[in-house]
Design a protein around this ligand. Structure first.
Ligand code: MIC
Ligand code: SF4
Length: 752
């Protein structure tokens, strides 16, 4: 399945390219820099990039897409005029399977409900030479780490958690579909030269602490936006002591601090994982150039000097934590929960514990959690909360089953869902969620934004390691600290849970009877892609119109969003995932989760023509009909979270021209640029307060749009008074061309 030839080619030239970079920079290199300099689009153009400022053009080795984003990516690729993808690419069907009863029946419901979309993806992938992973095969990031990721490689994926592959030493970056189209069409992929954050791990995990606790701690230190523009590079003895999949968990959740990607240098854990997943040849190749697949020792020895930011974490003293609710960076060590929960009004009774997801469903994770649940049975302890398990891949699930590790979960009455995203992405048909009661759940996923798992805004979701989730489910109480608290069993005796015991890799090897992969045809030109014009799930795309070259005038305010406005707030997931291939239909969810700063309500904005309040998308459709352009105003870290470009395409499609925010999350900012929108930030954040509900916005110098030059907007308030504010942007010349042409895709089409 994996492409050995490709990996050989990368490794063959790596050493020499790294040597040239070292010479040019006159200093040792980090792992991130080694991968950067061996993946430049113009191979020999080695320059000393200014981190955080210069743009770099890359030639990634692979592209990966999941079904909820692949639809839009491939609809765009179909318009790019190519007959095959320029690099090996795959599509993974994981997001559209709803978790309700149990894996098998849920999967068969999904197969019939999503047939049209799966058939579309199957035929498009077949036509353009893209590998297709069937529904039920597993979650994209597990399939990638088990099959395609390789140390020192570079991959982009249309999902923010593509970064998971950093656990195997790969530079893997989440992007929007339009970026994937660039690479699949053979164009360079552009990224602002990332800054580097070094995280040294000392000591060794012990007892109840797990790799998850490392990233929960990092999220608490760095914050949800603190990683923006950074690559997080982990090193030190503690790093070497972690399994490859444990490293994957840490890299995975780097997305939650906004990091461009995270990675670990090649070590024996990766060698073991490659061999266990039938890739001994890759391990041998990697071993032959292993010092090129990790940072230079001199770099790590002077970490404080070379990294832009530097953190040290002592694993010996690390405590298990729970992060949440509503944001993944609110970190509470378990020993403090007993005070924090009552103080904050978090319900301590746990309704559900959910383990698995792309973040935490490795063999090691589930064996550790299994050892905890088994104790409840052996020690005759009543399990107080509901428990669900979503395995990450069929390969891991089959193997766990053979080795008897799923059995204790089944005995304990846990629901075992399909190998898919399920509850992690709102695809959870949770009984009673519609009552919107305040309640607490704990899970081992990565995100816990409001409504994310079950659509209930009053569900407080806490993120923890799978073994901690399992312990908390047994106790049924958020303040239970398994390190010191006792439980009373059915015999009335006091018992304690022993620390979890896991197995890194299956002793008898992985089973892989049912991979679920379909290779594409060698020759696809005869394959016709049919999209029913009456479909409500798929819609061919019309190109966006080019800019008319004039200053934008008389814009109305669609919404001034207050506080957190993630991509889940902008383009909700859950039931809306079914419209991911139909731009018109999905646009009906535009910004429905965002809080209007003027009335503190969601999905209620003033229509400046009628003065009435209505849903965001409906109001915007009226403006569109009336030919009135609009602007969205946002707070800090606007567009945090997912890579879904729908969050940028929907406003574009409905006639919004610009988003002006205090700051942006990286992927969303790029997505806006790619779709021909203006992504602007306040020069002075206090100007956010000047924006009034009835304002009219006039750009005064957009006709002189140029890199590094601020723009100016005149605000005309309803009482006739005016303010002119300065706004900043990060567009380079190429990106200004996208804006002028109407989208990046329009530029590709011209170049073809
Ligand atoms: C997520 O975890 O939010 C998702 C769903 O995987 C998204 C992709 C999507 O919105 O389709 C992501 O992280 O990019
Ligand atoms: Fe799927 Fe959740 Fe992972 Fe996103 S974070 S890929 S929704 S399992």
């Amino acid at each position: 399945m994996y492409d050995l030839k490709l990996i050989k080619e990368v490794y063959d030239t790596m050493e020499q390219r790294i040597a040239s970079a070292r010479k040019k920079l006159k200093r040792p290199l980090s792992l991130a820099e080694k991968i950067i300099y061996s993946h430049l689009y113009e191979k020999n153009n080695i320059t000393n990039h200014k981190r955080g400022e210069d743009y770099i053009n890359f030639a990634p080795d692979r592209v990966a897409m999941q079904d909820a984003t692949a639809q839009m990516a491939l609809l765009q690729f179909m318009n790019a005029g190519k007959s095959k993808t320029a690099v090996p690419s795959t599509v993974h069907c994981d997001h559209l399977i709803q978790a309700y009863k149990e894996g098998k029946s849920d999967l068969s419901v999904a197969l019939s409900k999503n047939k049209e979309v799966y058939d579309f993806l199957k035929s498009v992938t077949n036509k353009y030479g893209i590998g297709f992973w069937k529904p039920g095969a597993g979650i994209i990031h597990q399939i990638l780490i088990e099959n395609y990721a390789f140390p020192g490689g570079m991959m982009i994926g249309t999902d923010s958690h593509t970064v998971n592959a950093g656990g195997l030493g790969m530079m893997a970056i989440g992007v929007g579909g339009a970026d994937a189209v660039d690479v699949m069409a053979g164009f360079p992929w552009e990224l602002k030269s990332p800054k580097l954050m070094g995280i040294k791990l000392t000591g060794k995990l012990n007892g109840w602490t797990a790799p998850k606790d490392i990233i929960l701690k990092v999220a608490g230190i760095v914050s949800a936006k603190g990683g923006t523009g950074y690559i997080l590079e982990y090193f030190g003895e503690g790093a070497k002591s972690l399994s490859a999949t444990g490293k994957g968990t840490i890299c995975n959740m780097g997305a939650e601090v906004g990091a461009t990607t995270s990675m670990f240098g090649y070590d024996e854990s990766m060698d073991r994982f490659l061999r266990a997943t039938d890739r001994a040849q890759v391990a041998d190749l990697a071993n032959s150039i292993k010092e090129n697949l990790t940072g230079d020792p001199e770099f790590y020895d002077s970490a404080e000097k070379y990294f832009d930011k530097y953190i040290e974490i002592d694993l010996n003293t690390l405590e298990p934590s729970l992060n949440g609710p509503f944001t993944p960076d609110r970190c509470t060590p378990i020993s403090e929960m007993v005070n924090e929960a009552p103080k904050n009004g978090w319900p301590v009774k746990i309704e559900y514990g959910l383990i698995g997801s792309c973040t935490n469903s490795s063999y090691e994770d589930i064996t550790r959690a299994s050892s905890v649940i088994k104790q409840a049975i052996d020690k005759n302890i009543e399990i107080k909360s509901n428990l669900t398990v979503t395995p990450g891949s069929e390969r891991v699930k089959e193997t766990l089953q053979r080795d008897g590790y799923l059995e204790p979960f089944e005995k304990a009455g846990a629901q075992i869902f399909a190998n898919a995203c399920g509850p992690c992405i709102g695809q959870w048909n949770r009984p009673g969620a519609e009552k919107k009661e305040k309640n607490t759940i704990v899970h081992s996923f990565n995100r816990n934004f409001a409504k994310r798992a079950d659509g209930n805004p009053n569900t407080c979701a806490f993120v923890a390691s799978p073994e901690m989730v399992t312990a908390l489910v047994i106790a049924g109480n958020l303040t239970f600290n398994p390190l010191k608290d006792k439980l009373i069993n059915r015999d009335g005796k006091e018992v304690m849970l022993d620390p979890p015991k896991g197995i890194e890799l299956p002793v008898k090897g992985f089973l892989n009877n049912n991979p679920g992969f379909q290779a594409p045809s060698k020759e696809g030109s005869d394959i016709k892609i049919i999209v029913n014009p009456k479909s409500d799930r798929l819609q061919l795309l019309d190109p966006f119109a080019a800019w008319n070259g004039k200053n934008l005038k008389n814009l109305k305010l669609l919404i001034k969003a207050k506080g957190k406005c993630t991509t889940d707030h902008i383009s909700m997931a859950g039931p809306w995932l079914q419209y991911r291939g139909h731009l018109d239909n999905i646009s009906n969810n535009l910004l429905m989760g965002a809080v209007n700063a003027f009335n503190d309500k969601t999905n209620s904005v003033k229509n400046s023509i009628t003065g009435e309040y209505g849903e965001v998308s409906k109001t915007q459709r009226i403006y569109k009909k009336e030919g009135i352009s609009t602007i969205i105003v946002g707070d800090e870290n606007y567009g945090e979270g997912s890579s879904r470009e729908h969050a940028a395409m929907e406003p574009r499609f409905l006639g919004v021209k610009a988003v002006l925010a205090k700051s942006f999350a990286r992927i969303h900012e790029t997505n806006l640029k790619k779709q021909g929108m203006l992504a602007l930030t306040f020069d002075k954040n206090s100007d956010y307060d000047k924006i009034m509900e009835d304002d009219t916005f006039n750009f005064t110098d957009l006709d002189k749009f140029a890199p590094e030059k601020p723009l100016h907007i005149e605000l005309v308030h309803s009482n006739g008074s005016k303010d002119t504010i300065e706004v900043k942007h990060t567009y380079n010349n190429q990106q200004i061309e996208w804006f002028k042409a109407g989208s990046a895709l329009n530029v590709i089409k011209k170049q073809k």
